[in-house]
Unconditional design. Structure first.
Length: 313
């Protein structure tokens, strides 16, 4: 027999890759008695009904959060403030309210003032994803052995934090807690800046491809294909990320530009020793990521090697 679910009713606002993966994994693991979702698009809501992977699909955010014990906003960070304001008066006393955005200080700033004291606000960021989006893109194994970072504001009820920690652990994630500001600085270099670089490189190649009759696309090597995969991520989400975390991104971008200038000088001067030393150091970082289990030699996107077992009855 499965243990009692962690939450009676879970409400998901938004249903793309992350929301769909949460729903699938939570259903598989019996983490909620009922999963209720809504999405802005009627097309998305209709597709979720067709998929049959949640208990109820409703039309509005207010309907979704009614009597929910856990509410997760699976929407771009720029929309979190207005949605928090919309649902605040309709939250069940004691409800845990969270999100999945990759920027946290701005989410806390935009959401916290609207939420009632009777609710427990525990922002979260599952550091997992693919380049795909939409209701069909989610899969239950997405979060296995990936980090989920919780950034509860000061004074948040520890029991609420622990319940959300247990929920994400039940989805397969490893859970860490840090301040919103520290999260944003760390993610600026590990996620946001790489996406910015990918968008830039692919954009430059697209311009060049027009001159070379698309040979850049035709003969793209593995490195460029990885960049295109990253650059295929949801443009609305990433627009909001860069605007919301601009200070940390600009700080990391400044450091990156300094390092790029050093490599430029080394190439211009034919300084092979400096190039080799830099490449050897970065190669060691990649090996370290694999050794701690944060990635494998296989491509991460789609995670075919991940398995999330159904709990026994």
């Amino acid at each position: 027999m499965n243990p009692a679910p962690l939450f009676e009713r879970v409400a998901l606002i938004g249903f793309g890759l992350i929301g769909g993966s949460i729903a699938r994994a939570a259903k598989l693991q019996g983490l909620a008695s009922e999963i209720v979702i809504t999405a802005r698009s009627e097309t998305t809501r209709a597709r979720v009904r067709e998929l049959g992977i949640v208990d109820r699909v409703v039309e509005t955010n207010v309907e979704a959060v009614a009597d929910a014990d856990l509410v997760i906003l699976c929407i771009p960070v720029g929309a979190c403030g207005p949605v928090a304001q919309e649902i605040a008066a309709h939250l069940k006393p004691g409800a845990v309210v969270s999100d999945v955005g990759s920027v946290k200080a701005a989410v806390v700033r935009d959401m916290a003032p609207h939420l009632p004291k009777s609710a427990h606000f525990v922002p979260a960021h599952p550091v997992a994803g693919t380049e795909h989006s939409g209701p069909d893109s989610g899969f239950a194994e997405l979060f296995i052995n990936r980090w989920c970072i919780l950034t509860p504001p000061e004074g948040t009820d520890p029991d609420a934090v622990q319940r959300l920690r247990a929920f994400w652990a039940g989805l397969g994630a490893r859970v860490e807690t840090m301040t919103p500001e520290h999260h944003d600085l760390v993610l600026a270099i590990t996620s946001h800046l790489p996406h910015l670089i990918a968008y830039t490189i692919v954009g430059t190649a697209e311009e060049l491809a027009q001159v070379t009759e698309s040979e850049v696309i035709k003969f793209s090597a593995g490195g460029f294909r990885d960049f295109t995969r990253i650059a295929a991520s949801d443009p609305t989400m990433w627009r909001d990320v860069f605007l919301a975390n601009k200070e940390a991104v600009l700080e990391m971008l400044g450091t990156f530009n300094e390092d790029l200038s050093k490599l430029t000088r080394a190439i211009r001067r034919g300084d092979g020793e400096a190039l080799f030393e830099h490449f050897a150091r970065t190669r060691a970082i990649r090996r370290g990521i694999v050794e701690i289990g944060q990635d494998s030699a296989a491509a991460d996107f789609g995670r075919p090697h991940a398995q999330l077992a159904k709990k026994p009855d």
